[in-house]
Design a binder for this molecule. Sequence first.
Ligand code: SAM
Length: 276
Amino acid sequence: MIGTRSKTNYILKKHNYRAKKKFGQNFLVEPNIIKKMVEQINEDSVIIEIGAGLGAITQAAALKAKQVIAYEIDTELVEILNDNLKEYRNIEIINEDFLKADLDKISDSYGQKVIVVSNLPYYITTYLLTKVLLSSDKIDRIIAMMQKEVADRFTRKEKGKDYNALQVMAEYYCDIKTLTKVSKNNFIPVPKVDSEILIFEIKENYQKVEDEKLLFDIVKACFSQRRKMILTNLNNNGFNIDKQELLDFGVDPASRVEHLELQDYIKIYSMIRQQL
Ligand code: SAM
């Protein structure tokens, strides 16, 4: 199997390849962690992997799933991947920046919801999760490894200083739980920080609003200057909100983002929609 220390070292040496920092390359070399990730997959699953690397997760996923579509931005790695995974008929490797990929098109072409799996390149974790969540009606779940500190924000109850708009969005779409913590020593090269794998399970019956873009624009506006009152933030970001009306909808205009719950954003949304 690819996802072991000895095999990874062998592949790196064979291809005279050095991990690139600019693409956030840290290769997972602990089979037990990979096993836990693929336990979430079954034989009918269609998997989209973001950032296949040397193919450690790709290979393990292909042994269980119906199909794996693996994105890798680094052309040099794609050559190595093609070599490592040539025996697998159910893997499609796509040399593309996943941020530019059309996720809806892929899931439509398989006629089923997909499972997104990724040991996320840390430098674009937020962008990638945002993109995937915006296609959540095509997704069954997201199994994502990320920096432990980032994962903590999604799982802890209290809203810290780093509470952000993506968390509100994730709460809207998903039930989130920890699969496992992962020590930094399980990667080559060893990163600076430990990791954690989260499962974002898309809720079957979430309280879907008609215009999700508007809802997230409202959330982003409220977060634009987090120490300011939400009334100020909304009005500074193109909304025209009346203080009393906001109160009538049950939201305190003087609150800051750390006081708001998902339901409050939905109330603000309902108020704005009513005025359109
Ligand atoms: N999945 C492999 C593993 O677990 O060993 C590699 C994980 S490594 C943390 C992240 C991988 O994502 C790298 O191979 C990197 O080249 C790739 N990557 C970075 N940015 C990407 C992007 N925008 N689209 C697709 N792949 C990307």
